[in-house]
Design a protein around this ligand. Sequence first.
Ligand SMILES: [Zn+2]
Length: 72
Amino acid sequence: MAEKIRLKVKCHACGNIMEGSAKYGKGQYVPEGLDFKFVATGRHVDQAGKAKVRGDVEITCPHCETRNRYEI
Ligand SMILES: [Zn+2]
């Protein structure tokens, strides 16, 4: 059961908005759109009782080539 993760982040260096998505499930990660690197660190349950994956995201900005890291 793959979980779709939508990502919209801003480059720390140049402010470029980067959008993409990834599928996460059974240890597999398939990037869509921009090439986000995703490392799962756990799960958290939201107010609706739905479990969502948590992790660290890394992407190299296509505009200025700075490596950015985010926690989701
Ligand atoms: Zn940038």
